[in-house]
Design a protein around this ligand. Structure first.
Ligand code: CA
Ligand code: ZN
Length: 300
């Protein structure tokens, strides 16, 4: 499918990147964290909610306390069972089992560091697949009745089970996810929703190599966007991902949006938690591996 693209301006600052999609509300993470733009409507490619700095700080305090109490180690392997929920509308969206297996392989290669990044302790195993013909769920978007109905009807397992919904998501979004800390209060809503055509063999080029799932599962294991917090000391709460001012699209060779001695390093545009093309994102950082292990150990 073609992704809609457009450019927007905010407070006179041109957001020059062509942004995939439109119509997203203030819940999505636009990468700007100065508190002045709760209704910023950039239309990111990811509809995962924006986690405010206070919540991020509280979580990190909890992780630090837990680490000191439990002598927490981050290298433990964890196999994550994946429950695929394929939403169809008549003959549309009915992807093959081989495509789902290919998506599992992308997740495993990405999280094992086989594509060039750091190895996390996570691997993924297809645990179940169900297929549901429902025209209104097929165009599900974040925060809707369709989302609640779909997840209440289909979700399987506990906090450590990854429920991966495939649908022809509306609003031009590629996907969205819930965070580990959200499970406790909304267990049925826990999971990841991705655009059907983003999986390997899908038609959502340049986002059809399976990295939408890699990115959204990154949120599900507790990672923020690399541009979370923009040019700030903590930005994405990961020390080895250089600060990045806003989401990067396309495939820039090198880019440095947060400059000066305060913000060393080039933008992590090759990181799975940015918005670049699938062919251009291939890495998690060691710090992200540590953070995600800590988050999953603490909350899942
Ligand atoms: Ca960082
Ligand atoms: Zn995202």
């Amino acid at each position: 499918m073609m992704k809609r693209r457009f450019s927007v301006s905010w407070l006179g600052v041109a957001v020059a990147a062509s942004l995939a999609s439109a119509g997203c509300g203030g819940q999505v993470d636009a990468g700007v964290d100065d508190g002045s733009n709760p209704a910023l409507d950039t239309g990111g490619k990811c509809g995962t909610r924006f986690v405010p700095q206070e919540e991020r700080d509280a979580i990190d305090a909890f992780l630090a306390q837990r680490a000191s109490e439990l002598q927490f180690t981050t290298d433990a392997a964890r196999v994550i069972p994946v429950h695929f929920h394929v939403i169809t509308s008549g003959s549309q969206g009915n992807v093959t089992d081989a495509q789902l297996d290919a998506q599992i392989k992308v997740l495993n290669d990405s999280y094992a560091g086989r594509t060039g990044g750091a190895a996390t302790g996570f691997s993924f195993s297809k645990a179940s697949t169900d297929r549901t013909n429902n025209a209104s769920w097929y165009t599900v978007t974040p925060g809707t009745t369709a989302e609640t109905q779909m997840k209440n009807a289909l979700r399987i397992g506990g906090a450590g089970d990854l429920n991966l919904y495939l649908a022809n998501i509306g609003q031009g979004l590629l996907g969205w996810a819930t965070f580990p800390q959200d499970y406790k209060t909304k267990p049925k809503m826990d999971g990841v929703v991705i655009l059907t055509d983003s999986i390997p063999g899908g038609s959502a080029a340049p986002y059809n190599l399976g990295d939408t799932a890699t990115h959204e599962v990154g949120h599900w294991v507790g990672l923020y966007h690399t541009f979370q917090g923009g040019c700030s000391a903590k930005n994405d709460q990961v020390s080895d991902t250089p600060a990045e001012k806003s989401a990067t699209f396309g495939c820039p060779k090198a880019q440095d949006s947060c400059t000066g001695s305060k913000y060393p390093g080039l933008d992590p545009v090759q990181n799975f938690m940015d918005y670049t093309d699938d062919a251009c994102m291939y890495a998690f950082s060691a710090g992200q591996a540590t953070r995600s292990a800590s988050m999953v150990s603490s909350y899942r």
